[in-house]
Ligand binder design. Structure first.
Ligand code: GDP
Length: 451
């Protein structure tokens, strides 16, 4: 696996980032500088990219007077063999003299550097983020390792450095795609408290294995439950792996905790799932919080289905359905045509259809387009609507390749691609969706310029 190394002065959040990427609480994290003691290696997974992540925090605890010297020696040792370095700064604190000094070492290193402006949740990090532009490592990636925000941007920044290796691996394992679709469908049900998630899971599993109702107060860690679903239409038996998180049953006492909990739950679920079902409550309609969860699922590159639950007690169902459909088209413009279904966890209505759609969308999400077909589409799309020439500068788009699936991710190669306006990127994305059959799933498009 390629190596990605995390570099930065003490207390900028290196360990938190490491843990976020490895997905386990391996390291002790604390607000005190110097809590981590060893240089650590972990296997990282970020939206389908696999790499070894190296945290270089090990020298932080000794005599602070010699810190820069020891950091430099350690950093240089760690950089050997790394594909890319993540230079982490604290965007709340802004750049410090030690940051500037580390930047100077990194500038002379042959390893490519991505500047990560951490602690960027909310607006408090804006100042530091702007300062980070001055470091000369290109656009910094704003993220919050602690809150798990900005990981899609980090993915995009890492992709050009890791994709060659990833592609080699993908080509070496062409049978992978078959496995991807024959394995159990990893499905997560998310939604605000009381949307009916537990009821739905109970219904699926056919027994009262989770307590439901406003009184439920059990807490447990999240577990995956395997279950065989028989499609009544085809009598085909298909395997489903459902995630079942503690928060689905845990009912917080304080109202403002509820909001946070459902989002945290959803985040956990998307780490696990191929397909995420966002459950709405027909008696409440679509609320801001629902859109937030939906956007997060799509930003993390998962296939999304929206199901309006409690359809058995919905008032004015057709108006309700159309209203929600219109609100989604508006509020979820990044992916057009996210499937919208009506269901009842209580009566079972619409649940087989929901699963059918889930299996279908997993296929779309896992699809690969052969390079030749992709480039035929590309030539047509450019001919139909040529890229603009901002300020008379000619943008040259040479070819496109699908570097991965799940979610489908494409890279365009060419020159001066950084000048491409967002509207033109949207044109390409929409055309990929329509012409190549990627409707309703998130896709990624990255531009990669060569000199
Ligand atoms: P969770 O917090 O999302 O897990 O929600 P629960 O599954 O605990 O459900 C919350 C409440 O909604 C419970 O009182 C359920 O009985 C009720 N409920 C769930 N699904 C349906 C449904 O399809 N129709 C109706 N009428 N009520 C439902």
């Amino acid at each position: 696996l390629p190596q990605v190394i995390i570099i930065g002065r003490p207390n900028v959040g290196k360990s938190t980032l490491f843990n976020r990427l490895v997905g386990k609480k391996l390291a002790l994290v604390d607000d005190q500088p110097g809590v981590t003691r060893d240089r650590r290696f972990g296997e990282a997974h970020l939206l389908g990219l696999d790499f070894t992540i190296v945290d270089t925090a090990g020298w932080e605890d000794d005599d602070p007077s010699s810190l820069p010297g020891r950091m430099r020696a350690q950093t240089e040792a760690a950089l050997v063999g790394a594909s890319v370095a993540l230079f982490v700064i604290d965007s709340r604190a802004g750049l410090t003299p030690l940051d500037e000094e580390i930047a100077r070492w990194l500038r002379v290193s042959p390893v490519p550097v991505i500047c990560v402006a951490n602690k960027a949740e909310g607006k408090a990090g804006d100042g530091g983020l702007f300062e980070a532009f001055s470091l000369g490592f290109g656009d910094p990636v704003a993220l919050s390792a602690e809150h798990g925000q900005g990981l899609a941007d980090l993915f995009e920044a890492l992709l050009p450095h890791l994709d060659a290796k990833q592609r080699e691996r993908d080509e070496a394992e062409p049978e992978e795609e078959v496995d991807e679709l024959s394995g159990p469908l990893k499905l997560a049900i998310v939604g605000r408290p009381n949307a009916g998630k537990s009821t739905l899971i109970n219904r699926f599993l056919g027994e009262d294995r989770l307590l439901t109702g406003p009184e439920a107060g059990i807490t447990r860690d999240s577990i995956a439950v395997d279950w065989a679903w028989t499609d009544p239409k085809t009598s085909e038996e298909r395997q489903v792996r459902l995630i079942d998180t503690a928060g689905m049953r845990k009912k917080a006492r304080v109202v403002d905790k509820l909001e946070k909990m459902s989002v945290a739950d959803a985040r956990h679920a998307v780490d696990f799932a191929e397909v995420v079902v966002l459950l709405l409550d027909a008696t409440l309609g679509l609320e801001h919080q629902d859109l937030k969860i939906a956007s997060m699922v799509l930003e993390e590159g998962r296939a999304l289905i929206i199901a309006i639950n409690k359809w058995d007690v919905a008032e004015g169902p057709s108006g309700l359905f159309n209203g929600i459909s219109a609100a989604l088209a508006d509020g979820l413009s990044q992916v057009k045509g996210v499937p919208l279904l009506s269901v009842s966890a209580r009566t079972g209505k619409g649940l087989d259809e929901l699963l059918r759609v889930a299996f279908e969308i997993r296929e779309t999400w896992s699809r690969r387009v052969p390079t030749a077909a992709l480039n035929r589409w590309f030539d047509d799309a450019l001919a139909a609507n040529p890229p603009p020439a901002p300020g008379g500068k000619r943008i040259k788009m040479r070819y496109i390749t699908q570097i991965k699936n799940r979610p489908p991710s494409f890279v365009v190669f060419g020159t001066r691609l950084e000048l491409i306006p967002a509207s033109y990127e949207r044109y390409l994305v929409n055309s990929i969706r329509r012409e190549l059959g990627f409707e309703a799933v998130p896709i990624r498009l990255t531009m990669r310029s060569s000199k």
